[in-house]
Design a protein around this ligand. Sequence first.
Ligand code: GDP
Ligand code: MN
Length: 403
Amino acid sequence: MNIHEYQAKQLLARYGVPSPPGEVAAAPEEAGAIADRLIAAGEKRLVVKAQIHAGGRGRGRFKNGSQGGVRLCSTASEAAAHARAMLGEVLVTRQTGPEGRRVNRVLVESASDITREFYLAVILDRAIARPVVVLSTEGGMDVEEIAEKHPEKIVREPVDPAAGFMPYQARKLAARLGFTGDMLVSASSLIVGVFRTWWETDATLVEINPLCVVQQADGHASLVVDAKMSFDDNALFRHPEIREMRDLGEESPLEIEASEHNLSYIKLAGNIGCLVNGAGLAMATMDIVQSVGGEPANFLDVGGSANKEQVKAALKIILKDPGVQGIWINIFGGIMQCDIIAQGVVDAAREIGPLEVPLVVRLAGNNSDLGNQILRESGLPILSADGMEEAARKVVEAVTCCR
Ligand code: GDP
Ligand code: MN
């Protein structure tokens, strides 16, 4: 699960990580009121930032032609005008794809007087099975771009999970950024806070780009100017307050529908819808579709012990994807009984109405004979297949010949 910048900043603040003062707004008047409060508190310059689950907003462009999802201003009426220009509009950045994302909220913040920009992230490195703190003296740009142009400027600090992130590691990193004296102390504590946020919230990613040195009335300070966070979905039950931050408006409607039925569904670009039980079999199914020249339209795992209702829901979800031109249901009956699946398929097909795309079903294992019999006797135009490869070829051929 991903969250918005303003939510990531709220979480980071709980671990003592500072970001500029600001609030989120869903309407222009609200943005104006926040700006008024910031100005009354002594802020001179403000920034209005579109809140979408994608980066590159600063250099993004709205579909209506207007430029930039990150805009500076200095009065409340300007802040309200920027909010009006962004809210309800679709912002396209290099991370959103051409369809872009609709902006439903903006963050109105005090604009920082930035003197230097850095990159700081915490990730899980699966190869070494450890968290790694990643740092670069080049901030503001994409990390991929930094890695390409200035690989020597990226520092990686692995963390021993048994010992935890040691204070000397934070100081070493802060020193790499060129900090000395009081700034070294405050930057180290910021880095420690970022790591604690990652660790304690079961995050899979915290990315701060840029982390900035800003000029303030009483000297310099380091602040989080942009933040992105992702979480391990399997750990969200431990963090109900983070689960509340989920924004369904940022997720694909079919993926939301699937999660309501406890199905793991990921939409892909191809034309062959796959309905499979078990994640391993689902991966193998996608592989074999590709190896016989097809393109899967999705990953869909109904789980090892799905019921008839889940199979129905799964088939409906696949059929709602306009890209699907053929479907392959690939079931291995272990705990799952193939006849239950077959009945679910038949019921769903009857309920949905005439099937407009070819459907190939391969059942193996527990009660497969009974399952195949139910399919045959249903009178539905279902192509059955015995092996994986035969099924894959049948569905790919059916799709190719019908086009
Ligand atoms: P992103 O484009 O989605 O990554 O959004 P960011 O929040 O990172 O903003 C993009 C760039 O805008 C930053 O790298 C900064 O250079 C600039 N920017 C963002 N906020 C401020 C601010 O408060 N003051 C100034 N001067 N620049 C800012
Ligand atoms: Mn950024």
